[in-house]
Design a protein around this ligand. Sequence first.
Ligand code: HEC
Length: 139
Amino acid sequence: MASAPTAPGTTDAAAGSSSATGTSAATGASDASAVSAPSASASAAVAGGATVAQAGGDGKSVYDKTCALCHAAGVAGAPKPGDKGDWSPRIAQGNDTLYKHAIEGFTGKKGVMPPRGGAVNLSDDEVKSAVDYMVSQSS
Ligand code: HEC
């Protein structure tokens, strides 16, 4: 019996790791934005820092948390990362189509891809980075 080849690892470490550092470093600096809103900057650091600080790795982390549920084992017909036969015609559509299908949802011949993989709180960029991750594994 073949079992699922990829066991999604735990990648929780990526969440909120270094955002506090940036906030405290800004305190007392001469630029006005640091002074104006310490509390707002804390949430901005989380919202904005997440994409920037993790640009290299958050695609995998989004994938592991949300998309692997179906895509790792091909549940309901989801194309598995690394399955070039399944991915190549999809990749041929172009990234914009893949992003659109991932963000808005998509019903294909094999099954239903729910909008944002069902994780409605994901940003467009997070969904796109997870698509990029799967494409990078499959091309
Ligand atoms: C509930 C199961 C499920 C989850 C969770 C899920 N997908 Fe999918 N996804 C599917 C299925 C099924 C398909 C294949 C549909 C078909 O081709 O018939 C698919 C197809 C896709 C495609 C190919 C679309 C195309 O045009 O061929 C992309 C890209 C994609 N998913 C991205 C994602 C991303 C990114 C996530 C996580 C944010 C995700 N999926 C989470 C089930 C899922």
